[in-house]
Write a protein that binds this ligand. Sequence first.
Ligand SMILES: Nc1ncnc2c1ncn2[C@@H]1O[C@H](COP(=O)(O)OP(=O)(O)OP(=O)(O)O)[C@@H](O)[C@H]1O
Ligand SMILES: O=c1ccn([C@@H]2O[C@H](COP(=O)(O)O)[C@@H](O)[C@H]2O)c(=O)[nH]1
Ligand SMILES: [Mg+2]
Length: 240
Amino acid sequence: MRRCVAPLSPLISSSSSSSSFLRQAPWRFNIWESFTTVIGNRVYDLPVPEDNTPFITFVLGGPGSGKGTQCEKIVETFGFRHLSAGDLLRREIASKSKDGSMILNIIKDGKIVPSEVTVKLIQREMESSDNHKFLIDGFPRSEENRIAFERIIGAEPNIVVFFDCPVEEMVKRVLNRNQGRVDDNIDTIRKRLKVFEALSLPVINYYSQKGKLYTINAVGTEDEIFEQVRPIFATLKVSK
Ligand SMILES: Nc1ncnc2c1ncn2[C@@H]1O[C@H](COP(=O)(O)OP(=O)(O)OP(=O)(O)O)[C@@H](O)[C@H]1O
Ligand SMILES: O=c1ccn([C@@H]2O[C@H](COP(=O)(O)O)[C@@H](O)[C@H]2O)c(=O)[nH]1
Ligand SMILES: [Mg+2]
């Protein structure tokens, strides 16, 4: 069935905010319809759930590869809910929660926060969201993260988008970011790059082998890169 609807938000909000969708088996997440949606004067095909089953996109890439920047564009254009794992962890630090100082030390050191901590933060956001189309940015960062997500959330990503960026470009972007992040310094960047290569690349390879990976060449202007990203979301149709 195809429908023409605008604006975007009513498509994805729902009257029921049951959290039970997170406990459904992954193979039940393929119940989607394609709707045609008008945004401004453009028409896009969007994946729209028949019910409240989630559509999960993992957004991966090295430090400074542009994940957060492109997620903002996907949100604007396709109405996803953006969950940046790093932002959720930084919020824990800012709120001085019981895990705050442990998280701060790990982030300063460029290492990975224990999976249970990060997955619980993601779970809380997913369960309280009326929007069930998720961009999970910067997670999973290791095979252990990935397995913990599958165990605790009971779901796998529908797709995985990987921003493939040369190291020199990532370093340049992070050093110019100027957002006061404790990990945006050359020593921590070096550590993050090592962790990315050793622990995150295996996750990317895993999803490549499962046929879920979309690789984006992350060099170019933000708009040029988004023109590679757009068709992934514009043409997504998951059959019943
Ligand atoms: N295509 C681009 N060209 C130049 N600079 C960019 C581009 N995309 C993003 N940037 C800039 O690079 C910096 C890093 O981008 P962003 O924060 O989106 O990366 P990230 O992958 O989320 O990084 P991290 O993993 O460290 O959170 C930001 O200052 C952003 O404005
Ligand atoms: O799943 C995650 C996500 C992030 N971290 C830690 O936070 C920093 C910053 O993350 P960004 O995605 O770059 O904002 C990262 O280097 C890790 O130390 C994490 O442990 N687990
Ligand atoms: Mg980011």
